[in-house]
Structures are given as structure tokens and as C-alpha cells.
Design a protein around this ligand. Structure first.
Ligand code: ITT
Length: 200
């Protein structure tokens, strides 16, 4: 069984590959299909953007497609970078540039560590021909570190401290992150609803 994920992000894809391998699914992403277009993320919410990605690619391929729209929401920044997480430091910004911008924003507000509360959010949408899309969410509470720590993961992982263990997401192995992350929690919610949705 193969499932197409409407993403070009290899960090997300690695996590989905590990999580779905236990379910017997092989994963492909948009980098395996150069002929498929980039879907513009014009929505104002995670759900709108995840729907745009899943439904556009499902219509173009006629296949069942999963999309993930996710981001980091920092309390003292009013939930930013949120849906703009990938583009926080500008269009096509690198992870390093986005992380530097986040540290800069928090430094200028001169707040204490206990006020650096944040959460990671994922909305997953599964789209398939002739079906209403399935939508689920997952969140991971934590706080923003003052310096980056750890070499694993992607995106904001070196700055995101897990509330439970005090480790950054980049100090966790892929397996450890996949036990507790926003993406893992969203996938768990998806699996509760998926069998019945498939039967419809
Ligand atoms: P696709 O749209 O092709 O899936 P993207 O990177 O543009 O890839 P998003 O629009 O969902 O994905 O942006 C999410 C950004 O939020 C992503 O680029 C990361 O910077 C950050 N992010 C999401 N999940 C993360 C995680 O598990 N660890 C660290 N950063 C994460």
C-alpha cells in the first residue's frame, strides 16, 4: 500500500514514513512527482492550507492524498509564526533564518524563560475522489529555548523544548519525537476516524 503525502518537506516526510511503516504503508511525497505543481498556501488557517494541498493534489492525481499544515505558535507573540512558520523570515527562508528571527523577536521583548510558552500545531487533511475530506488536529505544548540545542529533526526543533522532558525536539531521536509530537498526536486522531471514513 502506498500513500501520497502532498508535501515537499523531507523532515515531515521522514516522520510520516516511520509512523506509517508500522501500518504497512509506504510513503511518497511531491518530490517523487516533479510534474505536480506547488500548491500556493493562500489560506489564513492551518485547515484551509491543508485542504488546499490535499484536495488539489487528489483532484490532479485521482488518488487518496494526505496533507499536513503545521506551525509553531508562541504565546507572547500572539500565536505567531503560526500559519506563516515556514515563511517567518521571508519567502523561501531557511530553517536557520526562521530560528534566528524567532530568537530575535523574543529577545527584544526581554521576557523571562517561564514566559516563553509555545505549542506546535498540525492539521492533517485526507482527501479522496468522491469523498468529503477528513480533518484532524494535534498539538504539542512546550517553550522556546534561549539557544538552539540538538542536531536532529528540522525546522524549529532546536528551539522547541518539550514540556515533559525538558529536551528540545532536536535532542530527541526520530522515534522519541514520534511518540509525543503534534504530528504524532494528529496521526493518532486520524487513525481513530480513518476506518469509518474509508467505508463511507
Ligand atoms: P509543505 O507545505 O510542502 O508540506 P512546508 O515546510 O511549507 O512544507 P508548512 O507550510 O506546514 O510546511 O510549514 C510548517 C513549518 O513549520 C515548517 O516549515 C517548519 O518550519 C515548522 N514545523 C512544522 N512542524 C515542525 C516540526 O515537527 N518540527 C519543527 N518545525 C516544524
Amino acid at each position: 500500500k502506498t500513500l501520497l503525502i502532498a508535501t515537499r518537506n523531507e523532515g515531515k516526510t521522514r516522520e510520516f514514513k516511520a509512523m506509517f511503516s508500522q501500518l504497512g504503508y509506504a510513503i511518497k511525497n511531491l518530490n517523487d512527482f516533479p510534474e505536480l505543481p506547488d500548491v500556493a498556501e493562500t489560506g489564513m488557517t492551518f485547515e484551509e492550507n491543508a485542504r488546499l494541498k490535499a484536495e488539489t493534489i487528489s483532484e490532479l492525481t485521482g488518488e487518496m492524498v494526505l496533507a499536513d499544515d503545521s506551525g509553531l505558535m508562541v504565546d507572547v507573540l500572539g500565536g505567531l509564526p503560526g500559519v506563516w512558520s515556514a515563511r517567518f523570515a521571508g519567502d523561501h527562508a531557511t530553517d536557520a533564518a526562521n530560528n534566528a528571527k524567532l530568537l530575535h523577536e523574543l529577545a527584544s521583548t526581554a521576557i523571562s524563560p517561564e514566559k516563553r510558552k509555545a505549542k506546535f500545531h498540525t492539521t492533517l487533511v485526507v482527501a479522496a475522489p468522491e469523498k468529503d475530506s477528513l480533518v484532524v488536529e494535534g498539538e504539542w505544548p512546550g517553550e522556546i529555548a534561549t539557544i538552539p540545542k540538538g542536531d536532529d529533526g528540522f525546522g524549529y526543533d532546536p528551539l522547541f523544548v518539550d514540556e515533559e522532558t525538558g529536551r528540545t525536539a532536536a535532542q530527541m531521536t526520530l522515534e522519541q519525537k514520534n511518540q509525543v509530537s503534534h504530528r504524532a498526536r494528529a496521526l493518532k486522531n486520524l487513525l481513530k476516524k480513518w476506518p469509518e471514513w474509508l467505508r463511507q
